[in-house]
Design a protein around this ligand. Sequence first.
Ligand code: ADP
Ligand code: MG
Length: 205
Amino acid sequence: MLDKHGIPLVPSFASNDLGEILSESQRMRRPLVLKVMSSDVTHKTEKGLVAVNLASDREIMLAFAKLAESVKRQGIRVDTYLLQEQARGVEFMIGGKKDPVFGQTVLFGLGGIYVELYKDFSLRVCPITQGDAEKMVDETKARAFLEEGGFRGKKADRGRVVELVVKTAKLLEENPLVTELDFNPVIADEEKALVVDARIIVESG
Ligand code: ADP
Ligand code: MG
């Protein structure tokens, strides 16, 4: 779904096999992240299913063993292990929700675990224009990272972030069966804006 809408995902490789993961990891830029994907789990971090900062083969092997032990102990069904390059930059979130009255809505805010705490996000009903997306990013505190100079030495490219909001709104608009969408985080610096974690709920139609 992301590919179809030109939404860039951080370089990722899915497999359940440690040998395959190690061999693919040679072609990826380190440090890497290894996580367990499971349709049963919404918040992977809380279940100890995300290992970051993996710089060597040994660290990847240890992380795999630790994650495998963790899913076994908690009785979690594994869809796949996912190996990713570790993105650096500012964490944003782009979300979507199908409202029973307004239809598809799109959300934007700072990402990570504090979104729900700060309640600092902007919301629009789809479809949206480029101008709407620009207003959306300018309405939130996230704006500080997108302005000239950035914030505390961190800066992300406003155009790329805006473009991602527009593309996400298009995805929602063209997929009326999507009831919930969560790109959290989207990690952006001055050169790119990449989806790192995506959760999309589709109702059976
Ligand atoms: P979940 O939201 O289910 O706990 P995530 O995949 O979002 O799992 O990972 C949790 C956190 O780990 C992210 O918010 C981010 O801070 C960090 N993280 C995960 N994957 C990456 C990645 N590829 N690059 C950089 N940071 C990552
Ligand atoms: Mg996440």
